[in-house]
Design a protein around this ligand. Structure first.
Ligand code: ATP
Ligand code: MG
Length: 270
């Protein structure tokens, strides 16, 4: 069997087929390469691996193989994985903006079989964990996610309609005028840790979606594919991104295996 490994800033994702050609996916913290090594040692030979991702070289050194482990460029792998998943989900899409919301966020243009990097932002999944930890003291991803889901952003953010009130609105009143601006301006309201966390999700979703929407306008593209493990078990973030993207008349696309496009691509290209 073959294995694709995407060693990212935060998570190392693995994709492989079993004897029945069924796809399996799993992930480890990139801070624990020993666990990755143990898994490979007990399940697979180094010969069958193809690596990708920013920490691929670090992982390769850690595995101390005599043989050279094949490596492919991160975005080539990601593109291959995205195309594979689009096919699997029966989505016809030749041209799209792709946003990979990992530790940080990288934004690309997919145009049939070519692709180019358009830019990115440091606002990403790392921001959720980092700012979330500062505001709540929690460091577990699962705890942060589940707490954020019961939060409410209305006391955290300022909406356009909060400012304009009865004045005639120049733009949609439900748009955020200021993320976290409510903390300073809505002084009478009470806020919980859950509210802060949902506010952080709002920053990530709205910053990423608005960059993608602008890129889509600039390159005359209608679809935006959002990937990355930051979307994993994170319906709140998906909903923020979905509604904002649709509001701006673009089509948001999510893939079933959010964070695994790179690993699946490395598996396919190996
Ligand atoms: P990059 O591509 O920027 O190098 P990466 O590939 O490690 O980073 P992803 O794996 O796509 O990035 O996403 C990492 C994010 O996924 C984290 O910042 C966090 O928000 C989220 N995440 C999902 N599951 C977990 C988990 N079990 N532990 C920690 N973070 C998680
Ligand atoms: Mg990544």
């Amino acid at each position: 069997t073959k294995i694709g490994i995407d060693a990212g800033g935060t998570l190392t994702k693995i994709a492989y087929w079993d004897e029945k050609m069924e796809l399996h996916l799993l992930s480890f913290l990139s801070s624990n390469f020993q666990a990755v090594k143990d898994w490979i040692d007990s399940n697979h030979s180094l010969a069958s691996i193809c690596l990708t991702g920013g920490r691929a070289e670090q992982l390769k050194k850690y595995l101390i193989s005599q043989k050279d482990i094949p490596y492919i460029v991160e975005f080539d792998a990601t593109m291959a994985g995205v195309k594979h998943q689009l096919k699997q989900q029966n989505i016809h899409c030749e041209k799209a903006i792709i946003a990979n919301i990992g530790t940080g966020t990288s934004i690309h243009l997919m145009n049939e079989n070519s692709h180019s990097r358009l830019g990115g932002t440091g606002i990403g999944g790392g921001t959720f964990i980092g700012l979330g930890q500062v505001l709540t003291g929690l460091s577990s991803y699962e705890e942060l996610i589940s707490l954020s889901k019961i939060g409410n952003r209305s006391s955290i953010d300022i909406l356009v309609s909060d400012i304009y009130e009865s004045n005639k609105l120049p733009i949609n009143g439900s748009l955020t005028a200021s993320n976290f601006g409510g903390v300073a301006l809505k002084t009478a309201e009470k806020r919980s840790e859950a509210d802060y966390l949902s506010g952080i999700q709002g920053i990530i979703g709205e910053v990423v979606a608005s960059l993608c929407i602008q890129a889509a306008d600039a390159y005359h593209v209608n679809s935006i594919i959002y990937i990355g493990s930051t979307l994993e078990n994170n319906n709140l973030l998906k909903e923020i991104i979905r509604s904002y993207t649709q509001l701006k008349d673009k089509e948001p696309i999510f893939l079933g295996k959010n964070g695994y496009s790179g690993a699946i691509g490395a598996l396919l290209e190996s």
